[in-house]
Design a protein around this ligand. Structure first.
Ligand code: GDP
Ligand code: MG
Length: 196
């Protein structure tokens, strides 16, 4: 038991998430990889996972950390669910399927909507371009362009901090492969630098 707990906490620590008291929303179009990512974090150890209340949502609770995932785009019921929750959110992880170029405009629309919502003003956004294990995946540059993210916050975490005067949200894009467990460690370190 102790061993498992150590293992689990070391994974969270390596992601910069251990001991963080935060609510993190995982959003993105369906098929982006949200469930896979949450399951990985969950299966990585003993956690209390609440039962799925809705097919387009998921929740994972680890100590003080609450991770909640919702599908965006054409799921109005799910939208109603997360609208109740949005004002208490500390960070957003927005997953994008980097292979599905056809749906990038839809993903951009959803992301733009979130970035312009009053409730999420100043909340850090981590955008994950997922599925880079597939050869047809977009490059980081291509995805940045498609999502209108040419001007991001910067990946140097030594200077990250909340700045109350900032109007917009700090936002950064990382490419990853959830199934290969590649790329998202640095990404979560970046995000957690705003949460400590
Ligand atoms: P959700 O709708 O955002 O919850 O997406 P899912 O987690 O259900 O994933 C949708 C599909 O994409 C599933 O078939 C996953 O196995 C697949 N998938 C997720 N992450 C990756 C990845 O990193 N690489 C590849 N090739 N497929 C992935
Ligand atoms: Mg899902």
């Amino acid at each position: 038991m102790l061993f498992l707990w150590d293992w689990f906490t070391s994974i969270l620590a390596s992601l910069g998430l251990y001991h963080i008291n935060a609510k993190i929303l995982f959003l993105g179009l369906d098929n982006a990889g949200k469930t896979t990512l949450l399951r990985q974090l969950k299966d990585n150890r003993t956690v209390s996972a609440e039962p799925t209340l809705h097919p387009n949502t998921e929740e994972l609770v680890v100590g003080q950390l609450r991770l909640k995932a919702f599908d965006l785009g054409g799921h109005e019921t799910a939208r109603r669910l997360w609208q109740d929750y949005i004002s208490t959110v500390d960070a957003v992880v927005f997953l994008v399927d980097a292979v599905d170029r056809q749906r990038l405009p839809e993903a951009k629309r959803e992301l733009d909507g979130l970035l312009s919502s009053d409730e999420l003003r100043g909340v850090p956004f981590l955008v994950l371009g997922n599925k880079i294990d597939l050869p047809s995946a977009c490059s980081e540059k291509e995805l940045k362009f498609a999502l209108g993210l040419q001007e991001t916050y910067g990946k140097d975490i030594s200077s990250n901090h909340y700045d109350e005067r900032r109007v917009g949200s700090p936002i950064e894009l990382y490419m990853c492969s959830v199934v290969r467990r590649m790329g998202y460690r640095d990404a979560f370190e970046w995000l957690s630098s705003f949460l400590q």
